[in-house]
Design a protein around this ligand. Structure first.
Ligand SMILES: [Zn+2]
Length: 288
């Protein structure tokens, strides 16, 4: 299936890191092998394929603010929900602004972001232990984090761009899960989703300075390198993995992506590759 889309995959020997491509009724979406093994979890990550939007936001755009036709976006939400298998009316969506704020989602929140607007803003992470509530967060190069605690039956998803990564969004989500559900980091299964790879992600030194501040010097070579032009290439995937490790997640419980948004701009929305003219991808996770 993945050959059909001529995907550029990052070399990776671990089958847990080999993202699965699915097609259902024309909608193409992705899942993560490390989460597929958990019977109590429904999850998926959208691609550009299978929606009704046109042009730069074509076709599966999930951003209401990046497209004038609300009708198109609503149709995309319905198609994705049908393909992955959840009720779109029960969706609860983030309101991302590069914070590490995490919202504890309960039954009263159902519908926020799709059916109705909510009473919250500045929410980059969502957690719940209520079955049947799909949690949704949005992407176009930033890093999706998905978390599942099979012991306490709790889940989370969180948006980790460079700001959220330097501020350790992964740890923030785990702390809220511990406080609310008694989650122990050692039990948690995590997937780091499709996002911009190190080869595609050039940043300036002021960004790197923030990473130097929070990561130990000995892992800097794994996170970034300097180029002749004075810019740096930053590895957000490894930084997010380090965040989970520092928070107590076991190395064998962390999967990395083998798909970069910017390397595959026809298949996935990429802010960099499109110079900002793009729709939104979404990650969704739900307890059965
Ligand atoms: Zn790339």
């Amino acid at each position: 299936m993945s050959d059909r889309f001529k995907l550029i995959r990052k070399p990776n020997n671990d089958p847990m890191n080999h993202i699965t491509v699915h097609e259902c009724g024309g909608v193409v979406y992705l899942t993560f092998p490390i989460l597929e093994q958990l019977p109590g979890i429904v999850h998926g990550f959208s691609t550009r394929l299978g929606g009704v939007s046109q042009g730069d936001v074509g076709t599966m755009n999930l951003s209401f603010s990046r497209e004038s036709s609300r009708q198109n976006v609503e149709e995309n939400y319905r198609r994705l929900a049908k393909a992955i298998g959840y009720e779109p009316e029960r969706l609860v969506c983030s309101r991302q602004t590069h914070t590490t704020n995490v919202r504890v989602v309960t039954e009263e929140d159902c519908g926020i972001g799709f059916c109705r607007s909510g009473d919250y803003d500045n929410i980059d992470g969502l957690v719940t232990n209520v079955p049947g509530i799909p949690l949704m967060t949005f992407y176009a190069d930033c890093v999706p984090l998905l978390l599942a605690d099979p012991v306490h039956r709790a889940i989370g998803c969180a948006h980790s761009g460079w700001r959220g990564t330097a501020a350790n969004m992964g740890k923030a989500a785990l702390e809220v899960m511990k406080r609310e559900y008694g989650t122990e980091a050692k039990d948690v299964i995590t997937a780091i989703g499709p996002s911009i790879c190190q080869d595609c992600y050039e940043v300036s030194e002021d960004v790197i300075d923030q990473f130097r501040e929070v990561y130990h010097r000995k892992i800097w070579p794994d996170l970034f390198y300097e180029k002749q032009n004075g810019k740096f290439q930053l590895n957000l995937w490894e930084a997010c993995r380090q965040n989970f490790l520092m928070a107590g997640v076991l190395p064998e419980h962390i999967s990395l992506p083998d798909l970069c948004t910017c390397c595959n701009p026809k298949f996935l929305f990429s802010h960099r590759a499109s110079r900002g003219n793009r729709g939104n991808l979404a990650a969704v996770v739900m307890l059965r």
